[in-house]
Design a protein around this ligand. Structure first.
Ligand code: GLP
Length: 244
């Protein structure tokens, strides 16, 4: 995995937005995988700015988001879908029909996950997957466990993850769903290129385990070591524990 360290989260976000612009210029029909969380907010702000100044054109792009809370419909302001509308979709020229999201409120979660896998396949597969990193080593909602699930699936959230997501639910941890739908680790690893963005000192330990530890389902992000085309972009705080 190639590691790049930036002075601040702002520098990392700006560089990543430029990288996405470059990928879109090279392939206007790019299929982009997108994360939620606090980390990509600066990136989305920068993408909006580049779109509004005409530097980046999303009109031919397709997007797939990684995950969604179970039981939370897209129209609910607490959903990841609403988060993406607030931070990106409502402000850029992405075509609505090319925005793909797991429907957390689907009655049949299994069928919904199968639909999503098929939609990714039909799009030709994800060209560039942007990832965040959970402080406990999760990617998407693939939580540390004895074993991981390869395909898109219904996932049980750990308490630490529910706490980390409480801000979307008015800071009421108890209101955060216990389950979510998430791309699986194999779904993520099928992307042609992956860039993981992690910033802040709370991620430093996990970044170290992801890059320098063994591949283990206890650190789902460590499976990225198996992929040939992964960039890990960090700020100085997140890179603090790296030896190299
Ligand atoms: C959430 C999301 C992940 C995200 C992670 C990190 O639970 N499901 O896709 O990468 O947590 O969030 P943050 O960037 O807020 O630290």
């Amino acid at each position: 995995m190639r590691v790049r360290t930036f002075a601040t989260p702002h520098h990392a976000a700006r560089a990543l937005a430029r990288e996405i612009a470059k990928a879109l210029n090279a392939n206007p029909r790019l299929v982009l995988g997108l994360p939620t969380g606090r980390t990509p907010i600066l990136l989305y702000r920068e993408l909006v700015r580049l779109n509004q100044t005409g530097t980046i054109d999303f009109s031919g792009a397709t997007t797939f988001n990684l995950d969604e809370f179970a039981g939370v419909p897209a129209g609910d302001p607490r959903s990841y879908h609403a988060f993406m509308r607030r931070h990106l979709f409502d402000h850029v020229n992405l075509q609505r029909r090319r925005i793909n999201f797991l429907n957390g409120a689907a009655r049949n979660a299994e069928a919904e996950c199968a639909r999503y896998e098929a939609a990714i396949r039909r799009s030709g597969g994800i060209d560039l997957q942007i990832l965040g990193l959970g402080a406990n080593g999760h990617i998407g909602f693939n939580e540390p466990a004895d074993a991981l699930i390869a395909a898109t699936h219904r996932a049980r959230l750990r308490s630490a993850t529910r706490r980390a997501n409480a801000s979307l639910f008015g800071n009421h941890v108890r209101a955060v769903p216990h389950e979510a739908l998430s791309m699986g680790v194999a779904t993520i690893l099928r992307a042609r290129r992956i860039i993981l963005l992690a910033t802040g000192s709370t991620k430093a330990r996990c970044v170290e385990r992801m890059l320098e530890g063994r591949i283990s389902p206890r650190v789902p992000a460590s499976f990225l070591q198996l992929h040939r085309n992964v960039d890990v972009w960090l700020d100085q705080a997140a890179a603090l524990r790296l030896t190299g």
